[in-house]
Design a binder for this molecule. Structure first.
Ligand code: HOZ
Length: 430
């Protein structure tokens, strides 16, 4: 029984369900895996969220990744206000789009050309169409437990809400749409080699979450990403690195800079929109120039390159140019992860901890988690206990084991140490 007063959230949730399926506009918000009623948010500031009942929480969801600088960061808010005053949408090109593309390319040189869209889903969907149009091949390889948004052909053995809510392969997608999707275990390079040596000439692209962040955080094994790069090169397959979550998060140049991988295409979202709806895909000029209006592969969008979203993205990426930010984030994240790991050890609670930069995860399991099968072995009932225990104490984590913890620049030592102390208390009751 929760000690929190969430009467207004409960009322809002009941009302929301009359108008909105499940009362939410994205399933992962519904507390489906942990039980209880989602809290309805009134405002965010720094690392804090305040709900409609007036409860305040230290937030580790960060809008599922975009808010690397925290909520309502004053410099971003100011730039958004200025942009809004100039009009909110033109449906015509602006110099802002060039500026954001430049900032992205500066951090990720593999982005020779970039196309802006409105979400990560749109980015991955468009990148796959482009890879198919460019190679004139149909098949796509994806990996179990990876999630690339709700794209029809990729909702096969998908992570995030699809796993949380028990529908990793969604109904509503005709068999004809997915007959070209090959789903393989993550972190298993032999499986990729085997399929590609038999069917290499049919495969348009391999799409992979650079660090899997939608089955919890699962790190690529040593040599795995490099192996994918080598195999795709050998067979003329387009390598799409999905950095929607990791881009500008784990490092300024994303996972590709840390692992020294040059993908053919990269998909981005979240941070590049500074908290507004944005996605992008980009990569080799030769491939990108296959998109309309230069080439024949069609892709378009009324609000693509929206001036307000571009401004928020530019303001964010300009701040992130300061390399000290990633050093600071590393220290903060390490402090949190180490604190939680030690707490589990001291309490004798089996757990497996993963982290890359400010993305981390505590899996409640006594086994290493390296892929979807091992991630699914976690004790999700224990996770639900953890989630509610932390929520009651004023700490908001993702309402599912199969998501990431995000640390932002707004989290201070004080909040992090308080989180670890609360965690110690919560796991005592396991
Ligand atoms: N990729 C995010 C979850 N892992 C998206 C959040 C959502 O689905 O609402």
């Amino acid at each position: 029984m929760s000690k929190l007063n969430t009467e207004k959230s409960k009322k809002a949730f009941a009302e929301a369900q009359s108008f909105i399926p499940g009362g939410v506009n994205s399933p992962v918000r519904a507390f489906g895996a942990v039980g209880g009623t989602p809290i309805f948010i009134k405002s965010g500031s720094g690392c804090h969220l305040t709900d409609v009942d007036g409860n305040t929480y230290v937030d580790y969801v960060g809008s599922w990744g975009p808010l690397i600088l925290g909520h309502a960061e004053p410099r971003i808010v100011k730039r958004i206000h200025e942009a809004v005053a100039n009009g909110t949408s033109y449906g015509a090109p602006t110099e802002l789009e060039i500026k954001l593309a430049q900032l992205m390319k500066e951090a990720m040189p593999s982005l020779e050309k970039v196309r802006m869209v409105n979400s990560g889903t749109e980015a991955t969907m468009s990148a796959i169409r482009l890879a198919r149009g460019f190679t004139k091949r149909d098949a796509v390889i994806k990996f179990e437990g990876c999630y690339h948004g709700h794209v029809d052909s990729l909702l096969i053995q998908a992570g995030s809400g699809a796993t949380t809510l028990g529908t990793p392969t969604s109904p509503g997608i005709p068999q004809d749409f997915v007959k070209h999707t090959i789903s393989l275990p993550y972190n298993n390079i032999d499986a990729v080699n085997e399929v590609c040596s038999k069917r290499g000439k049919d495969i348009a692209c391999i799409i992979v979450e650079a660090v899997a962040g939608n089955m919890g955080v699962v790190l690529p094994k040593k040599g795995y990403l490099e192996g994918l790069r080598e195999i795709t090169k050998r067979h003329g397959i387009v390598l799409i690195l999905d950095e929607v979550m990791t881009g500008f998060r784990v490092a300024h140049g994303g996972v590709q800079s840390l692992y020294n991988i040059t993908p053919d295409l990269t998909t981005l979202g979240k941070i590049i929109g500074g908290g507004l709806p944005v996605g992008a895909y980009g990569g080799k000029k030769e491939i990108m120039d296959t998109i309309s209006p230069v080439g024949p592969v069609y892709q378009a969008g009324t609000l693509s390159g929206n001036p307000v979203a571009m401004t928020a993205g530019i303001a964010t990426l300009e701040i992130l140019r300061d390399g000290n930010i990633y050093k600071t984030l590393e220290e903060k994240s390490k402090r949190l992860a180490a604190g939680m790991e030690k707490a589990c050890k001291d309490a004798g609670i089996p757990a497996y901890h993963t982290r890359l930069g400010s993305m981390l995860c505590t899996f409640f399991t006594d086994q290493p988690v390296t892929d979807y099968a091992t991630a699914k072995r976690c004790d999700t009932k224990r996770y639900a206990k953890f989630f509610h225990g932390m929520l009651e104490r004023g700490f908001y984590f993702a309402p599912s084991q199969f998501e990431a913890v995000f640390v932002s620049m707004a989290h201070g030592e004080k909040e992090i140490d308080a989180t670890v102390n609360a965690f110690r208390e919560v796991i005592k009751g396991f």
